[in-house]
Design a protein around this ligand. Structure first.
Ligand code: FDA
Length: 308
């Protein structure tokens, strides 16, 4: 029950203002968000690279509805890419871009604006040897996001797309991508969706995730298995072996601040592990989705507030 309520709250602007203004809340947020600016995130990136991991960076923000705001997000990615290159960390990194932050939510011509901005980021990423994946947001954005991924791959074949196991359409989308050789990140899905388009029960989503893993491993795509669920990671390893994929032919991805013990263990056992690192000041939507995924996080959050 708590999860859907928190997901509804993640789009509530009044609650967002209250939580963002509270300094105690901001302290708790640092468990999931690497920092507010590029200096902070670059330090984290460097540390994780030295521990044998790779990274993907998300400049926090979503649902930007004006052109000036979308351009600011694009510019942030452009300067981040330059700084990653200067620091010698670009080739082990990737940028994760939410298209709603670079124009997709603008009512007039949003799709075209997002494509143009994503293309500019892809040019800069390719110039410094960095990769790019388009995050997937709620189900209303899937067609546009897949189309932009497809378009960008004509020039930048390493552009990745994300597919969400909770969406009923995903098996079809995976079948469509199967022969493309695209980099595909499979996730369970973090958005509150109606029953008409999405599985609602955890066991249904887990079943769909397993099916997705089998499809992805058997395809020509590069699988990016994004989950903290040990059962899914075991299933991915077994399926990869059955499909003749070695440890370098696919990767596991996890979010910054979650399952740190498991992350270290996977690196020790020779798995390729990429950590998704969000940074920036617009952390509210991202943070609320992390709370919604796990009731224990809410207790942690409330305890921190009570301690003051
Ligand atoms: P599940 O939710 O079943 O959790 C398995 C275990 O992982 C839990 O028992 C717990 O131990 C741990 N865990 C999971 N979430 C936790 C949390 N918030 N705090 C603490 N522990 C937690 N979604 C999306 O819709 N679009 C996207 O583009 C992306 N991108 C993305 C990138 C990467 C690298 C990852 C890892 C995830 C995403 N997601 C996403 C989020 C994804 O859809 C999903 O909501 C979360 O990964 C949680 O699901 P799990 O697969 O971890 O399984």
């Amino acid at each position: 029950m708590l999860g859907p309520t928190l997901l509804r709250a993640s789009r509530n602007k009044r609650l967002r203002d209250v939580i963002e203004r509270n300094p105690l809340t901001r302290k708790v947020v640092t468990r999931f968000v690497a920092g507010q600016d590029q200096d902070a995130v670059l330090a984290v990136v460097h540390r994780l690279h030295s521990r044998g991991m790779t990274t993907t960076l998300d400049f926090l923000g979503e649902d930007v509805s004006d052109l000036a705001g979308a351009r600011r997000v694009r510019d942030q990615y452009l300067s981040l890419l330059y700084r990653l290159h200067e620091a010698g960390d670009a080739e082990r990194s990737e940028v994760s871009v939410k298209l709603s932050a670079v124009g997709q939510s603008i009512p007039k011509d949003g799709h075209e604006i997002a494509l143009e901005h994503a293309h500019q980021i892809a040019v800069a990423a390719a110039a410094v040897g960095c990769r790019m994946t388009l995050d997937m947001e709620d189900h209303t954005t899937v067609d546009s996001t897949l189309a932009i991924g497809h378009e960008l791959r004509q020039q930048f074949p390493l552009t990745g797309n994300v597919l969400q196991a909770n969406l009923r359409r995903t098996a079809g989308d995976l079948a469509h991508l199967a022969g493309s050789g695209a980099r595909v990140r499979l996730v369970k899905g973090a958005y509150r969706e109606p029953e008409s388009v999405a599985y609602q029960r955890k066991n249904e989503v887990d079943h769909a995730y397993r099916q997705g893993l089998h499809q992805l491993m058997a395809s020509s795509c590069y699988p990016m298995v994004a989950t903290h669920d040990p059962a899914m990671i075991r299933e991915a390893s077994d399926t990869a072996q059955r499909c003749g994929k070695g440890l370098g032919d696919w990767e596991i991805q996890m979010l910054y601040g979650i399952s740190a013990g498991l992350q270290a263990q996977l690196v020790r056992s020779g798995h390729a592990l990429r950590i998704y690192i969000p940074y920036g000041t617009d952390w509210y939507g991202y943070f609320m989705r992390r709370l919604a995924e796990r009731p224990a996080n809410v207790a942690f959050f409330l305890r921190a507030l009570a301690r003051g």
